[in-house]
Ligand binder design. Structure first.
Ligand SMILES: O=C(O)CCC(=O)C(=O)O
Ligand SMILES: [Fe+2]
Length: 220
Protein backbone atom coordinates (compact mmCIF):
# COMPACT_ATOMS: atom_id res chain seq x y z
CA UNK A 1 0.00 0.00 0.00
CA UNK A 2 1.29 3.46 -0.90
CA UNK A 3 0.68 6.23 1.61
CA UNK A 4 0.67 9.89 0.68
CA UNK A 5 3.51 11.40 2.68
CA UNK A 6 2.11 13.40 5.58
CA UNK A 7 4.13 16.55 5.98
CA UNK A 8 1.32 18.82 7.04
CA UNK A 9 -1.86 18.41 8.93
CA UNK A 10 -4.27 21.14 8.12
CA UNK A 11 -6.02 24.02 9.43
CA UNK A 12 -7.06 25.42 6.05
CA UNK A 13 -5.95 28.92 7.04
CA UNK A 14 -3.04 27.92 9.11
CA UNK A 15 -1.13 24.77 8.22
CA UNK A 16 1.40 23.74 10.83
CA UNK A 17 4.11 21.13 10.53
CA UNK A 18 2.93 17.69 11.56
CA UNK A 19 5.66 17.30 14.20
CA UNK A 20 4.46 20.48 15.91
CA UNK A 21 0.85 19.35 15.87
CA UNK A 22 1.67 15.90 17.25
CA UNK A 23 3.77 17.54 19.93
CA UNK A 24 0.83 19.77 20.84
CA UNK A 25 -1.53 16.77 21.03
CA UNK A 26 0.75 14.74 23.28
CA UNK A 27 1.51 17.74 25.53
CA UNK A 28 -2.20 18.47 26.01
CA UNK A 29 -2.97 14.81 26.75
CA UNK A 30 -0.15 14.78 29.27
CA UNK A 31 -1.28 18.00 30.97
CA UNK A 32 -5.06 17.83 30.84
CA UNK A 33 -6.05 14.38 29.53
CA UNK A 34 -7.79 15.70 26.42
CA UNK A 35 -7.27 17.82 23.34
CA UNK A 36 -9.42 19.22 20.53
CA UNK A 37 -7.74 19.86 17.18
CA UNK A 38 -9.58 21.63 14.39
CA UNK A 39 -8.67 20.89 10.79
CA UNK A 40 -6.85 17.66 11.66
CA UNK A 41 -7.66 16.52 8.12
CA UNK A 42 -8.06 18.77 5.11
CA UNK A 43 -11.44 19.34 3.50
CA UNK A 44 -10.78 17.14 0.49
CA UNK A 45 -9.89 14.19 2.69
CA UNK A 46 -12.81 14.78 5.06
CA UNK A 47 -15.28 14.85 2.17
CA UNK A 48 -13.80 11.70 0.65
CA UNK A 49 -14.12 9.85 3.99
CA UNK A 50 -17.67 11.12 4.40
CA UNK A 51 -18.60 9.95 0.90
CA UNK A 52 -17.10 6.55 1.56
CA UNK A 53 -19.05 6.27 4.77
CA UNK A 54 -22.31 7.29 3.10
CA UNK A 55 -21.75 4.73 0.33
CA UNK A 56 -21.22 1.96 2.93
CA UNK A 57 -24.29 3.13 4.78
CA UNK A 58 -26.36 2.99 1.60
CA UNK A 59 -25.13 -0.56 1.07
CA UNK A 60 -26.76 -1.44 4.40
CA UNK A 61 -23.45 -2.22 6.08
CA UNK A 62 -24.11 -0.34 9.33
CA UNK A 63 -25.47 -2.10 12.43
CA UNK A 64 -27.01 -0.83 15.64
CA UNK A 65 -24.20 -0.16 18.08
CA UNK A 66 -24.02 -2.52 21.03
CA UNK A 67 -22.97 -1.98 24.62
CA UNK A 68 -20.97 -4.45 26.72
CA UNK A 69 -18.59 -7.10 25.44
CA UNK A 70 -18.55 -10.84 24.86
CA UNK A 71 -21.64 -12.65 26.11
CA UNK A 72 -22.92 -9.46 27.71
CA UNK A 73 -22.98 -7.59 24.40
CA UNK A 74 -26.44 -6.25 23.68
CA UNK A 75 -28.37 -3.57 21.83
CA UNK A 76 -29.68 -1.09 24.39
CA UNK A 77 -31.25 1.79 22.52
CA UNK A 78 -32.02 3.61 25.76
CA UNK A 79 -28.22 3.89 26.28
CA UNK A 80 -27.05 4.52 22.73
CA UNK A 81 -28.84 4.46 19.42
CA UNK A 82 -26.17 5.20 16.88
CA UNK A 83 -25.21 2.83 14.08
CA UNK A 84 -21.67 1.68 13.46
CA UNK A 85 -19.47 -0.07 10.98
CA UNK A 86 -16.20 -1.47 12.31
CA UNK A 87 -13.15 -1.06 10.10
CA UNK A 88 -11.27 -4.24 9.34
CA UNK A 89 -7.60 -3.70 10.16
CA UNK A 90 -6.72 -6.41 7.62
CA UNK A 91 -8.82 -4.89 4.87
CA UNK A 92 -8.76 -1.10 5.11
CA UNK A 93 -9.75 0.99 2.11
CA UNK A 94 -6.99 3.36 0.91
CA UNK A 95 -8.75 6.27 2.66
CA UNK A 96 -9.16 4.36 5.89
CA UNK A 97 -5.50 3.34 5.74
CA UNK A 98 -4.54 6.98 5.28
CA UNK A 99 -6.53 7.97 8.34
CA UNK A 100 -4.99 5.13 10.37
CA UNK A 101 -1.58 6.35 9.28
CA UNK A 102 -2.36 9.79 10.69
CA UNK A 103 -3.53 8.22 13.95
CA UNK A 104 -0.30 6.22 14.01
CA UNK A 105 1.50 9.57 14.34
CA UNK A 106 -0.70 10.38 17.35
CA UNK A 107 0.01 6.96 18.87
CA UNK A 108 3.76 7.41 18.62
CA UNK A 109 3.71 10.98 19.92
CA UNK A 110 1.50 10.12 22.91
CA UNK A 111 3.62 7.06 23.72
CA UNK A 112 6.78 9.11 23.63
CA UNK A 113 5.53 11.68 26.08
CA UNK A 114 3.08 9.75 28.24
CA UNK A 115 4.57 6.22 28.30
CA UNK A 116 1.17 4.60 27.85
CA UNK A 117 2.46 1.60 25.91
CA UNK A 118 -0.10 2.06 23.14
CA UNK A 119 0.29 -0.76 20.64
CA UNK A 120 -2.73 -0.90 18.36
CA UNK A 121 -5.78 0.93 17.09
CA UNK A 122 -9.37 -0.12 16.47
CA UNK A 123 -12.07 2.10 15.00
CA UNK A 124 -15.54 2.29 13.56
CA UNK A 125 -17.57 4.70 11.50
CA UNK A 126 -20.52 6.01 13.48
CA UNK A 127 -23.81 7.49 12.32
CA UNK A 128 -26.18 9.16 14.75
CA UNK A 129 -29.56 9.58 13.05
CA UNK A 130 -31.79 12.51 14.03
CA UNK A 131 -32.91 12.12 17.66
CA UNK A 132 -30.15 9.70 18.63
CA UNK A 133 -27.70 10.03 21.54
CA UNK A 134 -25.27 8.11 23.73
CA UNK A 135 -25.75 8.56 27.47
CA UNK A 136 -22.90 9.34 29.85
CA UNK A 137 -20.23 6.63 29.95
CA UNK A 138 -16.52 5.87 30.15
CA UNK A 139 -14.89 4.16 27.17
CA UNK A 140 -12.59 2.18 29.44
CA UNK A 141 -14.22 -0.06 32.01
CA UNK A 142 -13.57 -3.39 33.68
CA UNK A 143 -14.53 -5.44 30.65
CA UNK A 144 -12.47 -3.32 28.22
CA UNK A 145 -9.40 -2.26 30.20
CA UNK A 146 -7.19 -2.14 27.12
CA UNK A 147 -8.77 0.99 25.61
CA UNK A 148 -6.53 3.77 26.83
CA UNK A 149 -7.00 6.68 24.44
CA UNK A 150 -10.15 7.63 22.54
CA UNK A 151 -9.69 9.28 19.15
CA UNK A 152 -12.70 10.78 17.36
CA UNK A 153 -12.76 12.50 13.95
CA UNK A 154 -15.95 14.28 12.89
CA UNK A 155 -16.90 14.23 9.23
CA UNK A 156 -19.97 16.51 9.12
CA UNK A 157 -20.29 19.10 6.35
CA UNK A 158 -21.53 21.76 8.76
CA UNK A 159 -22.69 22.05 12.34
CA UNK A 160 -24.20 24.77 14.53
CA UNK A 161 -25.16 24.75 18.23
CA UNK A 162 -28.83 24.45 17.19
CA UNK A 163 -28.03 21.08 15.61
CA UNK A 164 -27.46 19.59 19.09
CA UNK A 165 -25.36 16.42 19.15
CA UNK A 166 -22.48 17.93 21.10
CA UNK A 167 -19.93 15.70 22.74
CA UNK A 168 -20.37 16.62 26.41
CA UNK A 169 -17.25 15.94 28.44
CA UNK A 170 -17.20 15.86 32.25
CA UNK A 171 -13.73 16.98 33.19
CA UNK A 172 -12.70 15.90 36.71
CA UNK A 173 -11.29 18.79 38.77
CA UNK A 174 -8.83 18.59 41.63
CA UNK A 175 -11.48 19.62 44.18
CA UNK A 176 -13.60 16.62 43.17
CA UNK A 177 -16.07 18.64 41.07
CA UNK A 178 -16.59 18.28 37.32
CA UNK A 179 -16.29 20.89 34.63
CA UNK A 180 -18.72 20.37 31.77
CA UNK A 181 -17.44 21.10 28.28
CA UNK A 182 -19.53 20.75 25.12
CA UNK A 183 -17.71 20.11 21.87
CA UNK A 184 -19.52 20.46 18.57
CA UNK A 185 -18.90 17.72 15.99
CA UNK A 186 -17.41 20.11 13.41
CA UNK A 187 -16.08 18.45 10.25
CA UNK A 188 -12.32 17.89 10.37
CA UNK A 189 -12.23 18.27 14.16
CA UNK A 190 -10.27 15.63 16.09
CA UNK A 191 -10.91 14.95 19.77
CA UNK A 192 -8.46 12.83 21.75
CA UNK A 193 -8.86 11.93 25.41
CA UNK A 194 -7.87 9.38 28.03
CA UNK A 195 -10.57 6.72 27.82
CA UNK A 196 -10.47 5.85 31.53
CA UNK A 197 -10.54 9.38 32.87
CA UNK A 198 -13.15 11.43 31.08
CA UNK A 199 -16.82 10.46 31.29
CA UNK A 200 -18.73 11.82 28.31
CA UNK A 201 -21.97 11.60 26.40
CA UNK A 202 -23.39 12.49 23.00
CA UNK A 203 -26.33 14.86 23.44
CA UNK A 204 -29.43 14.17 21.31
CA UNK A 205 -28.76 15.27 17.77
CA UNK A 206 -31.15 17.28 15.61
CA UNK A 207 -29.22 16.44 12.46
CA UNK A 208 -27.56 13.31 11.11
CA UNK A 209 -24.13 13.15 12.74
CA UNK A 210 -21.21 11.29 11.18
CA UNK A 211 -17.84 10.43 12.69
CA UNK A 212 -15.06 7.92 13.09
CA UNK A 213 -14.49 6.77 16.65
CA UNK A 214 -11.45 4.76 17.61
CA UNK A 215 -9.34 3.60 20.50
CA UNK A 216 -5.61 3.23 20.99
CA UNK A 217 -5.00 0.10 23.01
CA UNK A 218 -2.20 -1.45 25.01
CA UNK A 219 -2.71 -4.85 23.36
CA UNK A 220 -1.88 -6.08 19.84
O1 LIG B 1 -19.08 10.73 18.79
C1 LIG B 1 -18.78 11.18 19.88
O2 LIG B 1 -18.64 12.41 20.06
C2 LIG B 1 -18.54 10.26 21.05
C3 LIG B 1 -18.84 8.81 20.78
C4 LIG B 1 -18.60 7.93 21.96
O3 LIG B 1 -18.58 8.38 23.08
C5 LIG B 1 -18.33 6.48 21.79
O4 LIG B 1 -18.54 5.94 20.69
O5 LIG B 1 -17.89 5.86 22.76
FE1 LIG C 1 -17.49 7.10 24.35
Amino acid sequence: MVFRPIKWLFCSLNPIPVEELLDHISAEIYQKSYVVVDGFVDEEFRKALLEEQIALLNQGKFRHAAVGVGEKKQIRTEIRNDQVLWMDAEDLSPLQAEYWEKVEGVRQAVNQRCFLGLRSFESHFARYPIGSFYVRHLDQFQAVPHRLVTVILYLNDSWTPADGGALRMYLPQEDGSELVEDILPLGGRLVVFLSGEIPHEVLPTNKERISITGWLRNID
